[in-house]
Design a protein around this ligand. Structure first.
Ligand code: URA
Length: 258
């Protein structure tokens, strides 16, 4: 796909600015972090390349990644450290889609490496899913936050930001063509399905996406972390593992019939 060109819209054209964070300083600290994290991302890519030789698919994916790193399709790029793109094998039979990178993901340049990632990893392990065999990405590729003192507090992406970022997830899905996609939470479900989805109504059964593949919707790991008490968190983890077991079984079925 030599030089796949992905037109990037201007923030001003889209009118999807990010007023809550307009005051956030684009400090030198960010530049220093970006340098470090870019190295982290390079290391992750190198590690993946070592186990997966270059193919046309990989080259196309890396071009997409490069384009995504320069994304200005909405205003979020102005405040985040870097684009956090998806990662994992390009022939994965399951693609997990989260909401947006959190504070730690923004710094590391990798999805689900913070507290929500730890809960996600533990649930995957309990369900018997090896994270290194699945592709993990987010509906929105830049961290959206509000500053409280020095802390960057997660701020949910709005409909305009989710829509602007569908460009990337759709291209990721076009390349990877996962037979089964998992929406972790309502933002991911909205991005994938194109409309508001109530998790409790669709949980545990597949939805059909426009390309004919299956989309399963389950809770976002952060929503479990935010549950009011330990009992609610335990129940949240149990239901997530239950969903992941169903998802694993279904992905195996789909792979056999491929
Ligand atoms: N939450 C998400 O939705 N994605 C991440 O990568 C981390 C936390």
């Amino acid at each position: 796909m030599g030089g796949m060109s992905l037109p990037c819209l201007n923030l001003a054209d889209l009118g999807t600015g990010h007023p809550e964070t307009k005051a956030a300083p684009c400090s030198l600290i960010h530049e220093t972090m970006a340098d470090v994290m870019t190295q982290g991302l390079r290391d992750a890519l190198e590690a993946e390349r070592a186990i997966e030789p270059a193919s046309n698919l990989r080259i196309s994916w890396e071009e997409l990644l490069e384009d995504a790193r320069r994304c200005t399709r909405c205003g979020l790029y102005q405040y985040a450290t870097q684009t956090v793109f998806g990662e994992g094998p390009l022939d994965a039979s399951i693609m997990f889609v989260g909401e947006q990178p959190g504070d730690q993901e923004d710094l590391a340049g990798r999805p689900f490496v913070g507290p929500a990632g730890a809960l996600f990893d533990a649930a995957l392990e309990k369900a018997g899913i090896d994270r290194s065999t699945v592709y993990v990405t987010n509906a929105v590729k830049h961290f959206k936050f509000v500053l409280r003192g020095k802390r960057r507090i997660h701020n949910r992406p709005d409909a305009g930001e989710i829509t602007a970022c569908r460009w990337w997830i759709e291209h990721e899905r076009e390349l990877i063509r996962p037979p089964l996609t998992v929406a972790l939470g309502a933002t991911a479900a909205r991005s994938l399905v194109g409309k508001v989805v109530t998790i409790s109504k669709v949980r545990g059964e597949p939805l059909r996406l426009a390309d004919g593949s299956e989309c399963w919707v389950t809770a976002h790991p952060s929503s479990i972390l935010r549950a009011p008490d330990e009992e609610a968190r335990r129940e949240g983890r149990r239901l997530l593992v239950r969903d992941l077991r169903l998802i694993k079984a279904r992905a195996q079925e789909l792979a056999w019939n491929r």
